[in-house]
Unconditional design. Structure first.
Length: 349
């Protein structure tokens, strides 16, 4: 592998758009929930492993998540990543009661803002929220905007509730008003969804994350969130959580269901097809999906202006994947859009 360098010699900067961190306080609180037997099998599967696994992977993930300084910067240098857009890791503070969730969220945002101030050329932050209190979260999105954050991280469902429920919509209203994108990131599938996945060890990033997050985005679309908030920008990772691939069949069957009034609550959408919302409101990153066929396919379906590079540090820190994506059969202009300029535009950098 040729040596990867920062600085843009290849014709573009590399901006990694789905990078994770954790505070020591949030990690400690996760460990407490694990020990208390917190009743969420997705959380227990994820953090029962990552919070205490003595494996090499367990140590590497914890060290990487906790670093907002030298270790992260040297890992970025070694992979040729110029800038990292960093968010509180999944499931954020979704698993805590309101008071604790808000205190941990505020502190995580303050710590991330300090790191971004210390390394303004390398780190960009996303605002963490405590969606158990959507109105407070809307105010925290405004505070995060003032702190210089460029997006909002929504770590999936909220104790089994999905954010197409109108009580969560103050979050979308605040994000649209500030023209700041929401990054919908996976966590363990909700209690109602996880059973057969967990039974075969398929609940995590291997498959279950994508099932839960693709479902979440689809629920937002079919329940009219993007008709109510037409300028809302929503980012999903992992190649769009498979929705670009599914979109032809989704369009056909969703419209057939609406026309035949199969479900009383499903109303016609202003833009008709689900895929019209993917092409108007949604952006896909390729965290964990550094695979040219998937990237080329999504470029064809969504357009070269809606796909973005991500590393998914520290969960999938593989510098070879950067080299593989540099080598994609794609024009320099499209590669620059993928690695750099789409992120600059979508995140208002
Ligand atoms: Ca991730």
């Amino acid at each position: 592998m040729t040596e990867l360098k920062t600085g843009g010699a290849q014709g573009y900067l590399r901006i990694a758009t789905e990078e994770a961190f954790i505070t020591q306080d949030v990690l400690n609180a996760y460990m407490r929930l694990v020990a208390e037997g917190y009743d969420d099998p997705g959380f227990q599967s994820l953090w029962g492993f990552y919070s205490s696994s003595p494996s090499e992977r367990g140590h590497k993930i914890r060290d990487g998540l906790l670093s907002l300084g030298e270790q992260r910067l040297s890992d970025m240098d070694r992979a040729g990543v110029d800038k990292a857009i960093i968010a509180l890791t999944a499931p954020g503070t979704h698993v805590f009661k309101a008071d604790e969730a808000k205190a941990l969220t505020t502190d995580a945002n303050d710590q991330l803002a300090a790191a971004c101030r210390a390394h303004p050329d390398r780190f960009i932050g996303m605002t963490a929220i405590a969606p158990v209190d959507p109105v407070w979260s809307a105010r925290e999105i405004e505070r995060g905007h003032k702190l210089g954050f460029k997006a909002v991280i929504l770590n999936g469902h909220v104790e089994g509730e999905y954010t197409d429920d109108e009580k969560f919509w103050p979050i979308f209203e605040a994000a649209q008003a500030l023209d700041t994108p929401i990054y919908l990131h996976p966590q363990g599938p909700s209690k109602g969804l996880i059973g057969p996945l967990l039974e075969r060890g398929l609940d995590g990033a291997v498959f279950g994350f994508g099932v839960d997050t693709g479902l979440h985005l689809l629920r937002l679309i079919v329940m009219g969130v993007f008709d109510r908030f037409p300028n809302l920008k929503l980012i999903v990772g992992h190649g769009g959580e498979a929705l670009p691939y599914w979109s032809y069949r989704i369009d056909y069957m969703h419209q057939a269901g609406v026309k035949s009034n199969r479900y009383e609550f499903l109303k016609p959408l202003e833009l008709g097809k689900v895929s019209n919302y993917l092409k108007r409101n949604v952006y896909a990153t390729f965290s964990g999906m550094a695979w040219e066929p998937a990237i080329q396919f999504s470029k064809t379906v969504l357009g070269s202006d809606r796909i973005m590079y991500a590393m998914d540090y520290p969960y999938q820190y593989e510098p070879e994947e950067v080299a593989a994506q540099d080598a994609m059969d794609m024009s320099l202009e499209d590669k620059r859009a993928f690695f750099q300029t789409n992120a600059e535009r979508v995140f208002n950098l």
